[in-house]
Design a protein. Structure first.
Length: 405
């Protein structure tokens, strides 16, 4: 009979009297043995109660903290599937050609925006960064980490080329002048560096850490769509959210339905491995292919890795320099276009609005154009011609009045 049973039932003799000792009569050695047996009984009882969980915990490590973490991971892997999203879109859901096409493939669309240019400053800065990303890339990568962390940082300019230094100073000044950075300093000694202090603003942080890329691609695609097709033949939406036929939810950066065919681009500023599981298998569900679906990365991998990623995702992995050509190649294969097709590269003088630093600003200190800053510490005078010599002003002689005779 176990010790616990003796406590519950009692050990009685034939006459019904208890054989238990009083606490005063118990010896210390007997108490130690009984406590040890009690601990053993409690351990066995716990194991018996938790026997239903024993198969799942059998392979868990014995460490105190590790066993708890592995148990949590096991529960998360066996978690029930999330309740399927409702199949009825809300009242404010978008409508149009793209939404109808997705509905025909049993895909429900909940959200989607057809206007990314609500903030004019954001739109101009996104175009400036996209068109000059070759020179602005080193500065942007370090600034993005500072904005994401919400802390100031110092960016060394010594290792940059002259074009990269000039572009960094110009773009950083534009961000500061338009309220996207709290402070922006250019230090010339003891070494040349930039100090960036970001603002703690969610909308600005979202734009600087990746939203600008969606705006830039939407501008490139929208410009060609408006030039080639009538508005009744296409629909362009950004930040598309919805549910697939199996109940899974999805999000897309940029989608368009043009003349009966889907166009899909995901714009990311991180590594392609971070998004492989999310996009794998979605291309056939959306009815796209490698000519109409792409993953745009600002830091694309080498050619071999890019080819393997394209085969795995079934969508092309492209760089920011290739996105305009990818759009043009897709639209070239579609019928029903109007007028003359635009060239692949549009000159600055054609259809290109002036950059922010070329537009008059209100309540801004008079300063020289940032693109003409001498990084050696000397500023060029706006009245000084390119040859460096000052021109003397011509004196205009006043006409001499004839004396009256």
């Amino acid at each position: 009979m176990s010790l616990i049973q003796r406590f519950l039932q009692g050990a009685t003799d034939d006459g019904g009297n208890s054989n238990r000792r009083s606490p005063d009569q118990a010896r210390p050695a007997d108490l130690t043995d009984e406590l040890r047996e009690l601990k053993q009984e409690i351990r066995l009882l716990r194991e018996a109660i938790g026997s239903t969980d024993a198969p799942r915990r059998k392979s868990a490590p014995r460490g105190r903290g590790k066993a708890r973490r592995s148990g949590d991971s096991g529960r998360s892997s066996l978690r029930r599937p999330r309740r399927q999203a409702p199949r009825t879109p809300p009242d404010d859901a978008p409508v149009g050609l793209l939404v109808d096409y997705l509905r025909g493939r049993d895909i429900v669309t909940y959200e989607g925006s057809d206007d990314l240019s609500r903030n004019e400053a954001f739109e101009h800065l996104a175009r400036h960064l996209g068109q000059h990303f070759k020179d602005l890339g080193p500065f942007y990568e370090k600034m993005k980490r500072a904005v994401a962390a919400g802390r100031g940082t110092r960016i060394d300019l010594e290792s940059m080329s002259s074009e990269e230094r000039s572009g960094a100073v110009q773009f950083g000044t534009l961000l500061h002048r338009h309220g996207l950075l709290k402070d922006f300093y250019y230090h010339r000694s003891p070494k040349k560096e930039l100090r960036v202090i970001p603002l703690r603003d969610g909308e600005i942080a979202q734009f600087l850490t990746g939203g600008w890329l969606e705006m830039y691609v939407a501008w490139l695609l929208g410009r060609q769509l408006k030039a080639r097709f009538s508005p009744a033949r296409f629909q362009l939406l950004s930040n598309v959210k919805g549910a697939l036929s199996d109940g899974r939810e999805f999000e897309s950066d940029l989608m368009a339905f043009v003349d009966g065919k889907l166009f899909w681009v995901e714009c990311k500023t991180g590594d392609w491995q971070d998004y492989s599981a999310r996009f794998k298998g979605l291309v056939p569900i959306f009815g796209a292919d490698r000519t109409s679906a792409a993953l745009l990365l600002i830091r694309p991998p080498d050619s071999g890795t890019r080819s393997r990623a394209t085969d795995m995702l079934d969508m092309r992995v492209i760089s920011i320099d290739e996105v305009e050509g990818f759009i043009t190649d897709f639209l070239d294969g579609l019928p029903g276009q109007k007028g003359k097709k635009p060239r692949r590269r549009v000159g600055k003088a054609e259809e290109e609005p002036a950059l922010l630093d070329e537009e008059p600003l209100e309540n801004v200190e008079p300063a020289k154009k940032v693109g003409q800053v001498d990084l050696g510490g000397k500023a060029e005078d706006s009245d000084t011609p390119p040859d460096g010599r000052r021109r003397r002003r011509r004196r205009t002689r006043r006409p001499v009045k004839a004396k009256e005779g």
